[in-house]
Ligand binder design. Structure first.
Ligand code: FEO
Length: 392
C-alpha cells in the first residue's frame, strides 16, 4: 500500500513520521483517537533526522526518508528522548545507515544503550545546552528539559528557521492527516487533547516545565514541531505556550468540581447526584464503573475541587476508588485541591477514613467527610449541601 507522502512542515524540514490510527492504550492511558510518532528530516548538506518512530513503524520511516533523500546521505540522528515511541526504529535504522551518528545527551545515550545494547556498535555524539550541532547551513541548539518526560528529555532548536523540535512537549494524542493545529477547525478540541496529554503524562512536572518555558522565552520561535499529534505555528503557537504557562504555575485551576465514585447499591451514586445538583460550581461526575481514569485526570487537571465517594465493602473502600486516588496521586492531580469525601456502610464505617489517608498523602485538603448507613436521610442530604458551601 503506498504511503501518504512526506510533507514540508518548515523551511528545509520534512515530516517523515508515522500515524498510529489503531492504538487505544498508550502509556497506561486511553488514546481514543490514536496518535502519531513524528520524526523530522532537516535537509542540510549534513542531512539530519530528528527523532524516530515506534518500532512497528520502522519500515514506514525508512520509506518516507527515501522519498526525500538517500539513506547514505543521513549524517546525524538527533534523539531528543529515549522512550520507545520515539526510539523504537533506531536500531533498525542504524543498521541501514552507513554514515550516521546518533546525537543526544549523556543520559539519553545511557538509556538508549540499556534499551538497545546493539547500538553500542554505532558512533554517538554527546551534546548539551552549551554544545550545539553545527551543520553546513543550519545550527541545532539543545535545551535539556529533564522530566519532560524522562530525565533524558531535551528540545532541539534551529535558529535559522526559528523552529523548536519539542518531542513530548506540546504534544497531543491524535491520529490525523493534518500536521498542524491550524489545519483543523476544532482547535479547542486539540487544545483539550493537549491538556489530556499533559494531565496524564506531564502532571508531576510543573516545575521543570516552568524552567523550560523560561529558556524557550529567550528564543524566537515561529514553529513548534511536536513528537505526537499536531504541531503549532502562527496564531496557534500562543495557545500552546499560554496553556503550558498556566499549567506550570498551577493557574489552570478554576472553580470546578470533579466527582469520582463507585456505587454498589445506589446510595453513593445518589450522594454524587445530590452534589452535582447542589453545587454552584462547574461540575463533572465520573461513575468509575463506566468512566476511565484518563478522562478523570483530564477533568482533575483544571479542578480546584474534588470529591471521592465509596461504600465500605469488606472493610475497605472499593478497588476503583482506591485505584483512581493512586493514579491521580502519581500525577500530582490531588495536590493542593480541596476534597469532599463521602461513603456508605452497612456494618463497618471504614471507606471514608481510608480515602482521607490516601488523599492527604497525595497533598489534598479534606474539607468534609460524610458517612451514612445504607441510605441517605434528610440529615445526610443536609450535610452534603452544607459541605458544598465550603467549595470557595
Ligand atoms: Fe512520547 Fe515519553 O514518549
Amino acid at each position: 500500500m503506498p504511503l501518504a507522502s512526506t510533507e514540508i512542515v518548515a523551511p528545509d524540514v520534512f515530516w517523515v513520521g508515522s500515524i498510529d490510527w489503531s492504538v487505544r492504550v498508550f502509556h497506561g492511558y486511553h488514546t481514543d483517537e490514536g496518535t502519531s510518532y513524528n520524526a523530522y528530516l532537516l535537509m542540510d548538506e549534513d542531512v539530519t533526522l530528528i527523532d524516530t518512530v515506534k518500532q512497528q513503524f520502522s519500515q514506514e520511516l525508512v520509506e518516507r526518508i527515501t522519498q526525500v533523500t538517500s539513506l547514505d546521505s543521513v549524517k546525524y540522528i538527533i534523539m531528543n528522548h529515549a522512550e520507545n515511541d520515539h526510539s523504537g526504529a533506531l536500531p533498525y535504522l542504524m543498521s541501514l545507515l552507513k554514515n550516521a551518528s546518533i546525537v543526544t545527551n549523556k543520559i539519553c545515550m545511557e538509556h538508549l544503550l540499556l534499551l538497545y545494547p546493539e547500538l553500542n556498535l554505532y558512533p554517538f555524539k554527546i551534546v548539551n545546552n552549551s554544545t550545539p550541532l553545527v551543520l553546513k547551513s543550519h545550527t541545532i541548539q539543545f535545551l535539556q528539559v529533564p522530566m519532560l518526560h524522562w530525565p533524558d528529555s531535551m528540545f532541539s532548536y534551529c535558529p535559522e528557521i526559528s523552529t523548536l523540535f519539542s518531542n513530548d512537549g506540546f504534544g497531543q494524542h491524535i491520529a490525523c492527516s493534518e500536521r498542524f493545529v491550524d489545519q483543523i477547525s476544532l482547535q479547542d478540541h486539540l487544545l483539550n487533547l493537549m491538556r489530556e496529554y499533559t494531565a496524564n503524562i506531564l502532571g508531576p512536572f510543573q516545575h521543570p516545565l516552568q524552567t523550560a518555558l523560561q529558556h524557550a522565552s529567550n528564543l524566537t520561535i515561529h514553529t513548534i514541531l511536536t513528537g505526537h499529534g499536531c504541531s503549532w505555528r502562527g496564531g496557534t503557537l500562543q495557545l500552546a505556550l499560554a496553556e503550558y504557562d498556566l499549567f506550570s504555575k498551577n493557574a489552570q485551576l478554576k472553580k470546578k468540581l470533579t466527582v469520582m465514585f463507585q456505587s454498589l447499591n445506589g446510595s453513593v451514586k445518589q450522594a454524587a447526584q445530590i452534589i452535582a445538583n447542589g453545587t454552584t460550581n462547574q461540575v463533572k461526575i465520573h461513575d468509575l464503573q463506566v468512566s476511565d481514569f484518563t478522562k478523570c485526570a483530564l477533568n482533575c487537571y483544571d479542578s480546584e475541587f474534588l470529591a471521592f465517594g465509596s461504600p465500605t465493602v469488606y472493610e475497605q473502600m472499593t478497588p476503583l476508588v482506591e485505584g483512581i486516588i493512586q493514579y491521580l496521586k502519581g500525577l500530582h492531580l490531588i495536590k493542593g485541591r480541596k476534597v469532599i469525601l463521602f461513603g456508605s456502610f452497612c456494618w463497618l464505617d471504614k471507606a471514608v477514613n481510608q480515602m482521607k489517608k490516601m488523599v492527604e498523602q497525595a497533598g489534598g485538603v479534606v474539607i468534609a467527610e460524610i458517612t451514612f448507613k445504607m441510605a441517605i436521610d434528610n440529615k445526610t442530604n443536609q450535610q452534603i449541601l452544607e459541605s458544598l458551601k465550603l467549595l470557595v
